[in-house]
Design a protein around this ligand. Sequence first.
Ligand code: PHE
Length: 466
Amino acid sequence: MENEKKKRNSFTGSLGFVLAAAGSAVGLGNIWRFPYLAAKDGGGLFLVIYLILVLTFGYALLTTEVAIGRKTKQSPLTAYSEIKKGWKGLGILAGLVPLIIMPYYCVIGGWVIKYFVAFLTGDGVAAAEDGYFNGFIAEEVWPLVFFAIFLGASAFIVFRGVNKGIESSSKIIMPILLILVIGISIFSVTLKHTDVAGVTRTGLEGLKVYVIPNFDGLTVSGFFTVLVDAMNQLFFSISVAMGIMVAYGSYVKDDQNLAKSINQIELCDTLVAVLAGVMIVPAVFTFMGTEGMNSSGPGLMFVTLPKVFESMGFAGNIIGCAFFAMVLFAAITSSVSVMEAVVSSLMDQFHISRFKACVIETVIAAIGGIFVCLGYNKLFFNITLPNGASAQVLDVLDYISNSVMMPLVALLTCILIGWIAKPKTIIDEVEKNGEKMGRKVLYIVMMKFLAPVFMVILLLKAFGIM
Ligand code: PHE
């Protein structure tokens, strides 16, 4: 065992870890959900609540997972039972989440490639047409091809290993991603457009809709909705409860300052989420008015935004191309992290090589992804989930992993750390190299009381009880 631990790879330094973890955290959720929620939930009000949660709730969960990884030097499947005997079940649950997410995340990654190619080849006008997106996902062959390319790219990076694959790719991708996000944000704020009815709107006005808190008609239950939305979003955004941060934490060297790295990861994730709003809300507002922001997810990214790019004329092709390249970068660093959580679990549990583990996970993801793609044509069905959403294969997998399993994993982690192994286990791990952990009392209160309550609320919502 000791030998094995010594052989384990590690990130070369804290920059490598921060960029890889931030790469995981910055994903589709930052781009297609955060701006929508902020616009829907009273602009600045959502932003303020979200920021408070980042510094409290997010901080506690992220610290916990990274510290569990570093302390045990194990991947999620085997880490929890090293913290406390008998908790293998939590490891299995946490290891299953990325296994379920990988296939559909890669299918969506494939859609992003498709749109990137469409704008690159000057086909953006067609991509903006009504029915283009639904037509594309209903096709039998092309979604599978793009899915395979995305999955293949992720598998290649993971196969190259922690340093040559994950760390080096994050070091290249993340800076480019940040530059693209900042560039597109500036462009979006400077937009101006007069529509057919002669109404002129500007990006600057759109920015106000996004950042200025709107308390009009805010009720207690409305406030509660904003709180739950922010909680749910944050939880998904920092990539916790899916084994990823445990796996990445296990590659962090013992002498590194964990608390500082965690702040930097959160800062990067939040910055990109807030800036995604600056990219999207003003642009959508300028060309479509406030009603434009009424969809999130695929509807926002693959239907609304192409229309906005098309309305920009020639510049739209370039911006569309830059935008989808940016999304592709955000998505690939996330899918790599999901895959690594599974691959490292297979390696630690079954003592197999990275190559073998990669092949196994790629085959599983390929089979799952084929079902997800077929869900829009041959295997099409439409069911209603307990939370009221209508669903195809992709949405069912998303519901099981995100809405049910992730809050459950987080709840059990809070019980394990807050009450059984005790918060001191994590605090000692963070302080191992002599650094002091800040916000200690807050951490303990979060893990013992508040975070478990939050998780129960999310679970009740998932089952349609609240
Ligand atoms: N944190 C990522 C995001 O905000 C989501 C994610 C990462 C999902 C990894 C699955 C796996 O989009």
